[in-house]
Ligand binder design. Structure first.
Ligand SMILES: Nc1ncnc2c1ncn2[C@@H]1O[C@H](COP(=O)(O)OP(=O)(O)O)[C@@H](O)[C@H]1O
Ligand SMILES: [Mg+2]
Length: 238
């Protein structure tokens, strides 16, 4: 048994007095792509905020890259190799594309994956090179999303977490994002993907975790999820 890259055990979290996570258990193995599925408001983004250190946990444990992280600030979790593509993209509007990419860049020599550099990100998303000197605020939604992913890659993460990366994008651009994620998976990047589009997730991901009111109610691989129309209907509303 290899130890998982990320493991959450009985993770709890609250906004003030309102408890939102009631004991999340999940794990991601090295090279694995998992999803966090659920309807709006069930706690997917809250889980992401906890595992990236943006929201303090009120209970449970998080282990990432063999270190306990539930008490660490976000910059230290990022330094351990967590690359976040946050909900709403959050690119720096007043920095250029290039500045956005280098702002949080990091070299992680221990990472077994091929290192990401500015040149490599530009090869991966040629559109970003074309827009190199444009401000974040001048980009289209799709370009901003590529920038958000490129920025996360520039930290050379061992786990990339994407929260609704295709939200609000036109179908063609969406397809480009899915294709990019498939390419990243093929080279061994571990990912946690949150998205409303089940079909591409079934193709991309190895395992799925279904969250309902702040707890994991089901997990399994794509084949098991495809076969389980009750889960899909009851918890995902599709
Ligand atoms: N900043 C916040 N303050 C208070 N409540 C919040 C905040 N963010 C989210 N919530 C609440 O926490 C619950 C889970 O939200 P969230 O994790 O964002 O859901 P999801 O990402 O699955 O749609 C929802 O009931 C939501 O209203
Ligand atoms: Mg969300």
């Amino acid at each position: 048994m290899t130890t998982p890259l990320l493991e959450l055990r009985q993770l709890r979290a609250a906004y003030g007095r309102a408890q939102v996570l009631f004991g999340i258990d999940l794990s991601v193995s090295m090279g694995e792509v998992v999803t966090l599925l659920g309807r709006n408001g069930m706690g997917r983004s809250t889980t992401v905020k906890c595992l990236s250190g943006l929201l303090p946990v009120t209970g449970g444990t998080m282990t990432f890259n063999q270190q306990r992280t539930e008490l660490l600030p976000s910059f230290e979790i990022a330094r351990l190799g967590l690359g976040l593509v946050p909900e709403g993209r959050q690119v720096f509007p007043n920095l250029t594309v290039k500045e956005n990419l280098v702002a949080t860049a990091r070299v992680r020599p221990n990472n077994a994956l091929e290192p990401w550099t500015l040149a490599r990100v530009y090869r991966f998303f040629p559109r970003l090179q074309e827009r190199e000197n444009h401000l974040g605020s001048q980009l289209s939604g799709g370009e901003q999303q590529m920038l958000a992913i490129g920025r996360a890659l520039m930290t050379n993460p061992s786990l990339m977490v994407l929260d609704e990366a295709t939200e609000g994008l036109a179908p063609l651009i969406r397809a480009e994002i899915w294709q990019a994620l498939a390419g990243l998976k093929a080279e061994g990047l571990s990912m946690m993907v949150i998205d409303k589009n089940l079909k591409p997730l079934l193709e991309l991901a190895d395992r799925h975790f279904v969250i309902e009111k702040g707890a994991i109610v089901w997990s399994g691989d794509s084949q098991a999820l495809r076969a389980n129309s009750t889960i899909v209907h009851e918890y995902l509303g599709v």
